[in-house]
Design a protein around this ligand. Structure first.
Ligand SMILES: [Zn+2]
Length: 99
């Protein structure tokens, strides 16, 4: 499993993570989690249960910008971390189909 070639430097990762921390403090982000909706499963959560997730992960070249971060519940966030892309698609389909 060596197909994911990481071309992002440690320095860039560090910088984007720091930008993410700053973004979490903004009114924009607080409004987003204030709505309490997980971007992936569409479930309703309290703001403290929602985490910031990068649509394109930082290690894949994603940035900490408003267009690339979404609120995700802890379950979706951890599932996204360990599922294969195909399994993640299936999870999303079943989660959304249950609405
Ligand atoms: Zn979710």
């Amino acid at each position: 499993m060596n197909q994911f070639i990481i071309e992002v430097s440690e320095e860039e990762i560090r910088r984007e993570k720091e930008k993410g921390r700053q973004l979490r403090k903004t009114r924009w982000w607080k409004n987003r989690v204030g709505r309490g909706i997980c971007h992936y499963c569409g479930g309703t959560f309290s703001p403290s249960e929602l985490t910031m997730d990068h649509l394109v992960p930082i290690i894949r070249g994603g940035k900490s910008t408003q267009g690339n971060v979404v609120p995700a519940c802890k379950e979706c966030n951890s599932k996204k971390g360990y599922l294969l892309p195909l399994e993640w698609e299936e999870y999303l389909n079943s989660a959304r189909g249950g609405e």
